[in-house]
Ligand binder design. Structure first.
Ligand code: ARG
Length: 465
């Protein structure tokens, strides 16, 4: 390949080695940044005109040329040349081809180093907004389920053993809370993404009197980056995003695991819609929960990207290094994977139907109201440790005779403690047990409805902003 078409041809006497050219190129993947690259260039040109570096006519020609290129790219008519290495040089070269000398002025006071950092930030900001919207939709679906199933009793687990009865709605609202923190983290991350590198140039700033505030304003950034070295080199904002994404995927993997268990014949808690399952090529009876399984699996891939980005950044000396070109593929795949997984969940959750009868039976089977019986005894003046022991004996009788606590007769219960009266059955009933947990954050249907109401309000507010 000749050196002729490279911007640095003047300095070089030898052509780039063909393998090195392919090895160092990023255009295959960074072409995805094109709309942001063009947006950044238009703002840069507009600012150059305001400070008198470009004439009005030159600026107009540049902006028109860039818009035409954007259309061409959108139509798939743009030829991406490997020898032009990356998205930035491809677009600039095409601009010069199209409009001539004015195009050669666009790169005044700019380097690919501040350009790429700007592009990645613009890209990520837009994606954070899309992901946030998707999170809100998923949260809405959970709130709707919680409202419908506020009275649906199911076993709550610790150690995957039946612990205490809860409501299905309460369980859905637990997932809602996790996603709410995820959304909060993303919006915090967005603040640090939304800072503008342009003007940092290669690393030291530039001698042109750029109006960085104006460029920042044109691009919707909150402010220009305060230090040029930092602006072109750090990718901590991308790492932070990958950490937020990892936490979301960790949460989705937990939801997935529960859906998979609940959908099994052994649990029989829910039915996943056919449209979200696949069959087996050999076992005709199978209906596999592929969507949650895949989401669970994809969490590993996103955690991997977080580590790739951390390792990429680790020990890099200031300022820009070519290492940073490696930020794009993990970042893009993090965004895509996360969006697909959220979309799958948002589409699936409204079709998840709980089997109320099975959930109720399962709660009954596990002596889920044992704690309620102990609390009942405490209210009658029995010290908690003694109460714990008394209930343990009653449970053993239930196990031996295959009965739930509520199915044991009063005289039999009174053999364990004289403090037990006929009012005990209110607390032994599952409805009484969940109803009694009527405090902030508790599983009582009343509380669940209230939590869902507040959540819906919050989401509606968030949708408007
Ligand atoms: N393709 C490069 C990247 O992704 C753009 C910046 C290149 N700068 C440089 N001095 N080689 O980081």
């Amino acid at each position: 390949m000749s050196t002729e078409n490279k911007p640095w041809a003047g300095r070089f006497t030898e052509a780039t080695d063909a393998f090195v050219e392919a090895f160092t190129a990023s255009v295959d993947f960074d072409q995805r940044l094109a709309p942001h690259d063009i947006q950044g260039s238009i703002a840069h040109a507009t600012m150059l005109e305001r400070i008198g570096i470009l004439s009005e006519k030159e600026c107009k020609t540049i902006v028109q040329g860039l818009e035409d290129i954007l259309t061409q790219i959108g139509n798939g008519d743009f030829y991406w040349a490997l020898e032009l290495e990356d998205v930035h040089m491809n677009i600039e070269a095409r601009l010069i081809d199209r409009i001539g000398d004015a195009g050669k002025k666009l790169h005044t006071g700019r380097s690919r180093n501040d350009q790429v950092a700007t592009d990645v930030r613009l890209f990520l900001r837009a994606e954070i907004d899309l992901i946030t919207a998707e999170l809100i939709h998923l949260q809405m679906a959970l709130v709707s389920l919680a409202e419908c199933e506020a009275d649906t009793i199911m076993p709550g687990f610790t150690h995957l053993q039946v612990a205490q009865p809860i409501t299905f709605g309460h369980h859905m609202m637990a997932w809602y809370e996790m996603l709410d923190r995820d959304r909060d983290r993303l919006s915090d991350c967005r603040k640090r993404v939304n800072i503008m590198p342009l003007g940092a140039a290669a690393l030291a700033g530039t001698s042109y009197p750029l109006d960085r505030n104006l460029t920042a304003e044109l691009l919707g950034f909150s402010c220009p980056a305060a230090n040029s070295l930092d602006a072109v080199s750090d990718r901590d904002f991308a790492i932070e995003f990958a950490a937020c994404a990892s936490l979301i995927m960790m949460h989705l993997s937990r939801f997935s695991e529960e859906l998979i268990l609940w959908n099994s014949a052994q649990f029989g808690f829910i039915d996943l819609p056919d449209a979200f399952c696949t069959g087996s090529s050999i076992m005709p009876q199978k209906k596999n929960p592929d969507v949650p399984e895949l989401v669970r699996g994809k969490s590993g891939r996103v955690f991997g990207h977080l580590f790739a980005l951390l390792t990429l950044m680790k020990s890099q000396p200031l300022a820009y290094n070519k290492d940073n070109q490696e930020d794009k593929e993990p970042l893009f795949d993090t965004v895509d994977t996360l969006k697909h997984c959220l979309r799958a969940f948002t589409d699936m959750m409204p079709h998840v139907s709980p089997n109320r009868a099975n959930l109720y039976e399962a709660a009954k089977k596990g002596y889920a109201t044992a704690t309620d019986l102990a609390d009942y005894l405490v209210r009658k003046g029995v010290p908690f440790r003694d109460a714990h022991d008394i209930v343990g004996k009653a449970v053993r009788l239930g196990v031996d005779t295959r009965r739930d606590l509520s199915e044991i007769s009063l005289p039999e219960l009174q053999l364990f403690s004289a403090s037990i009266g006929s009012d005990v059955y209110e607390v032994l009933m599952l409805e009484g047990s969940v109803g009694a947990r009527d405090l902030i954050g508790g599983t009582a249907p009343k509380r669940v409805r209230e939590a869902a109401r507040l959540a819906r309000q919050e989401l509606e507010k968030a949708m408007q902003s």
